[in-house]
Design a protein around this ligand. Sequence first.
Ligand SMILES: *Cc1c(COP(=O)(O)O)cnc(C)c1O
Length: 456
Amino acid sequence: MSREIPYKTYLSEEELPTAWYNLRALMPGKCAPLLNPGTGQPMTLAELSQVFCEELAKQELDEEHEFIPIPQPVFDFYKMFRPSPLVRAYFLEKALDTPAHIYYKFEGNNTSGSHKLNSAVPQAYYAKAQGLKGVTTETGAGQWGTALSMACAFFHLDCHVFMVKCSYEQKPHRREVMRTYGADVTPSPSETTEIGRKILAENPGTTGSLGCAISEAVERAVTTPGYRYVLGSVLNQVLMHQTIIGLEAKKAMEKYGIFPDVIVGCAGGGSNLGGLISPFVADTLRGQRKCRYVAVEPVACPSLTRGKYAYDFCDTGRVCPLAKMYTLGASYMPAAIHAGGLRYHGMSTMLSELHDQGILEAMAVSQTQVFEAARTFARTEGILPAPESGHAIYGAIQEALRCKREGKAENILFGLSGTGYFDMVAYGKFNDGVMQDYVPSDEEIQAALAKLPPQP
Ligand SMILES: *Cc1c(COP(=O)(O)O)cnc(C)c1O
């Protein structure tokens, strides 16, 4: 019997996790390695270290250590914005008239407005510790670029951000936040890189994609001395940094003797969802706890629900290593939906593997459905969610309504990955009733999948 649960639960400073959780140590050999596209062989530490900081390259390859200690300067920075609250959504439950208990972990309480800062801080820290001058990156909706700008300002590093063009145009204020933190921001694809010029020549008028921006950022990093490239999602290291979300959530729920029956999150590259579920999946894999895990993605970019589990390039420019993942094909250009953070053709290898094993379920939703859920949430729980997070809200509401039909008081946990204050153009379209949905045809997806590289 659980005690009356407070609306919000924060861990104390003493209770904060001091190590990240590396789920791959529980599934050795299961997550397919990154491959060198030239040789078809697994990427070595030496090869990865040319693109990434050495410590991060090590983390990328680590299948051995279940816990990776959080360095003290990172832990200290975390304390500026962590712990994040675990909230019992009493008001949403009431509005839905559901017997389910809904919890959400809210990651939007920092200036970047999302969970992205959890990985930006260690990535900037390790770059500085290695004596680098700066880092380059891509940003979709702008949350990652903002988070990295904040971390780089703190650790005194230069920061070059390639921002997906449609977001750059939809969210001019994002750019100014990044510049305030000292970052240099370029809309992508741009004329400033070789790959950007090539993509523009082949797709005139393109609004860009995360895959394009990644290619440009990698090119800039490897052609500028003292620079490395950092990525805000998809990679093993990023998912691992994000486990701070799941570790805190698990500890907070354990205080009340609760284990979730279902965990829901939005999935772009998979970092907030992977970080939220990893510590819980560990219990499931050990056979200790049953729980369902649900990824929610946009119908416009449905990698888990309509993609293929195959080796593919992580970027449109095909300069990055090959990763095995559910993918729509690196050449797939998603429609300019408002959840910019979910416009990625692939999915983290670890989540792809969990999906393939039947542990992670997936569903796809349209953006009007997402904004309806976001509006319901804003009006009941007060927080104005990011469009990305609206996907998770939609999924959680569906689960709560199922519980109502089945008369079950299940515990639902979802990840509220961020806030939507920079997405008011999107909310405006929704409020005016002119928001459009886009569902790609099978032909469109097949055309991109036909360009997958030869499989090893
Ligand atoms: C970037 C972003 C996402 C998607 O990225 P994941 O790596 O899948 O977590 C989701 N929500 C918000 C608020 C984001 O900024």
